[in-house]
Design a protein. Structure first.
Ligand SMILES: [Zn+2]
Length: 307
């Protein structure tokens, strides 16, 4: 049987929120089979649980925010991406503020944390959502056109294309495809950092956003070039970060997908709309488990070996 996964032990991290600039403590704890991933605001007088789901996403401006009963957690996508990449099904995320720490702006710190805690296999079958029919969402026309789509695929792969008219981005790959069956999430995707432009950062700061952002947790560009002295981690780091984000946004579904995702200039809002579109067509998907691990699509059984 292909089993559900959680952590072997708890692990903690301290950092700042990208937008709030607030110091925040994060504790990742093992959770029982079929718990799913549950954020818990432990700083509130009465702790509030926020289980992830497509419907829990209530704001997608700049980052993915989930809420429940008036409590919120912003910027969940990089941690969710690491959980998707390592196949984590069940996890408690205790958090002492409204925003997940940005750490180095990628998912690699979360991958490191999860792997150091150790991954435990659980006595319950891992449940996937298998896409049976194509679903698509679109927005805008011409230069502002964007779309995202899920189609049936025996595995999980993502293709993304960006279209940034900027000298520092033009010279890099603007399209990338990543397949869980043949690629390595930690090596190929997890290290890609978020990025921003100085002129947007100045505007965001004036509006009380990006207060925790800087060269140590983002790729920052002026009108011409990348300002980080160390340069890029991948020559196509920008579009790889969009794949990282999409994996995080899609993991909010609550179960891993068996599908091919493809997108053009998509973002947090459209990714969430795509999940809701899928869920609104009950004939477009089914929940499956694999009694025989050998029959599971490549990249899931061997994924992040439990040790
Ligand atoms: Zn991101």
């Amino acid at each position: 049987m292909l089993q559900q996964r959680t952590l072997k032990s708890l692990t903690k991290a301290v950092g700042v929120g990208l937008h709030s600039g607030q110091r925040v403590e994060l504790t990742l704890r093992p959770a029982a089979p079929d718990t799913g991933i549950v954020f818990r605001r432990v700083d509130l007088p009465q702790p509030v649980d926020i289980p992830i789901s497509a419907q829990a996403v209530t704001d997608t401006r700049l980052a993915s925010t989930i809420s429940s009963g008036g409590a919120k957690v912003h910027t969940v996508e990089h941690l969710m991406s690491a959980c998707a990449g390592l196949g984590i099904d069940n996890l408690y995320v205790d958090i002492t503020a409204e925003e997940v720490p940005i750490l180095d702006g990628s998912a690699s710190s979360f991958v490191f944390l999860l792997q150091s805690a150790g991954i435990a296999l659980q006595a319950a079958p891992k449940r996937f959502i298998r896409v049976l029919k194509p679903v698509e969402v679109r927005e805008g026309q011409g230069a502002s056109e964007k779309w995202a789509r899920l189609t049936p695929y025996n595995g999980y792969k993502l293709g993304f294309e960006i279209d940034f008219d900027h000298p520092a981005v033009d010279s890099t790959g603007q399209r990338v495809e990543f397949d869980m069956g043949s690629g390595s999430y930690s090596r190929d995707i997890a290290r890609a950092r978020t990025f921003g432009f100085t002129k947007d950062v100045e505007m965001m700061r004036a509006n009380g956003l990006a207060l925790g952002g800087g060269l140590d947790n983002a790729i920052v560009m002026d009108d011409y070039k990348v300002l980080n002295t160390d340069g890029l981690r991948y020559n196509d780091e920008f579009v790889k970060h969009k794949i990282l984000d999409a994996m995080g946004d899609l993991h909010l579904l609550g179960k891993p997908l068996l599908a091919a995702y493809s997108a053009f200039r998509s973002g947090h809002a459209l990714n969430n709309k795509l999940l809701r579109e899928l869920l609104s067509h009950s004939d477009a998907y089914e929940v499956v488990t694999f009694e025989d691990e050998e029959k599971a699509p490549q990249g899931f059984a061997q994924l992040a070996r439990a040790w």
